[in-house]
Ligand binder design. Structure first.
Ligand SMILES: Nc1ncnc2[nH]cnc12
Ligand SMILES: [Zn+2]
Length: 347
């Protein structure tokens, strides 16, 4: 247990996660383990010394120079994942760790193109991750949604083909209960600068017509016009990262007015966002690459900003309200939050 003030409260808070890449949970040890099982050759240590051992790869992951440096390692490690069971195992790795951190609802990203480009069928990816989601609901009481992300550095036509395949498979179909889609939403990730959201506008508008939820990474490295572009042309309901929003106060006012939640990861402009009333949730993103799951990030924020219990209440309330789960589930989570706060107050 870390020495963060309010640590026991932070650990107990019922957390919702909105920015977690399932592929970002592929740790160096799981990469080596799956590569051995599947007879996959990772880059040789003579071409990249980082691949000498789990330890050297772990060390390398502590020193990414920028988003593209990280993404190079992220995509390369995926070669180790082949079977439906591998995808389920990766998903389960996430959910079991998330459960220990107090996650109760998780809306998780996956990158189908990073697998289909290697000859893995879309169905293998979706079935494996979906199995992990179902198991998490049954065994860990974590509800979840899958969000299919498009890789913006690839030709738009490849995203279109992926979308069409998912539609044809019926992954976006609504059951008679009204909510139970295999995939709840679409997102946009990978290298940002130079790959503007507008390129994907038409696809996202078609998704909107089908009632599919929409989010997009924007303002992670790209300037604030990437955020406004995502709102205008993708009708993004959330903005993933959005760190650079602070550079444009007019846009910040719009984000507040339109009730857009940022799914944030680290510490950066949190004090400013709290003061201005920008809604955000705190998340894990790529925990195997950036050194920590959600509770770590809650603790880092607490250490950096010394937030009050009341401020944590606002953060968690906003992250529950900004989720795409049914209102009944939100009510359950809000009740859990109240119980958690009263228990903490009597300690
Ligand atoms: N943080 C991130 N930004 C963009 N694309 C990603 N893919 C996985 N993690 C990502
Ligand atoms: Zn991300």
């Amino acid at each position: 247990m870390c020495k963060t003030p309010h640590h026991s409260l932070l650990a107990a808070l019922p957390k919702c996660e909105h920015h977690l890449h399932l592929e970002g949970c592929l740790s160096p040890s799981l990469t080596f383990q799956l590569a051995t099982k599947n007879n996959i050759t990772l880059p040789s240590p003579s071409s990249d010394a980082a691949y000498t051992s789990v330890e050297t790869l772990t060390e390398r992951y502590k020193n990414f120079s920028d988003l593209n440096d990280f993404l190079g390692y992220y995509y390369r490690a995926l070669d180790a994942i082949i079977t439906q069971d591998d995808f389920e195992m990766l998903g389960w790795e996430y959910f079991t760790t998330a459960a220990k951190d107090g996650v109760k609802h998780a809306e998780v990203f996956f990158d189908p193109q990073s697998h289909t480009a290697r000859g893995i069928a879309l169905g293998v990816v979706v079935s494996g991750f979906n199995a992990a989601c179902k198991r998490a609901e049954k065994e860990l009481d974590i509800t979840s949604k899958l969000i299919m992300c498009f890789l913006r550095h690839l030709p738009v036509q490849e995203s279109r083909d992926t979308m069409q395949a998912a539609v044809e498979e019926g992954y976006f179909d609504i059951t008679t209960k009204g909510q139970d889609r295999t995939i709840a939403g679409v997102g946009l990730d990978s290298s940002e600068v130079g790959f503007r959201p507008e390129l994907f506008g038409e696809m996202f508008m078609e998704a909107e017509k089908m009632g599919i939820r929409r989010t997009a990474h924007a303002g992670e490295e790209g300037d604030p016009t990437y955020i406004s572009g995502a709102l205008d042309t993708l009708h993004a309901e959330r903005i993933d990262h959005g760190i650079r929003l602070v550079e444009d106060t007019k846009l910040m006012d719009r984000v507040i007015k339109e009730n857009i939640m940022l799914t944030h990861v680290g510490e950066l402009p949190i004090r400013k966002f709290l003061e201005e009333g920008v809604k955000f949730s705190l998340n894990s993103d790529d925990p195997a690459y950036f050194g920590g799951y959600i509770l770590n990030n809650y603790c880092a924020v607490q250490n950096a900003f010394d937030l009050s219990v009341e401020e944590w209440k606002v953060i968690v309330q906003n992250s529950i309200q900004g989720s795409w789960c049914e209102q009944t589930r939100k009510d359950e989570l809000l009740n859990m939050l109240d119980e958690c706060l009263s228990e903490y107050a009597t300690q």
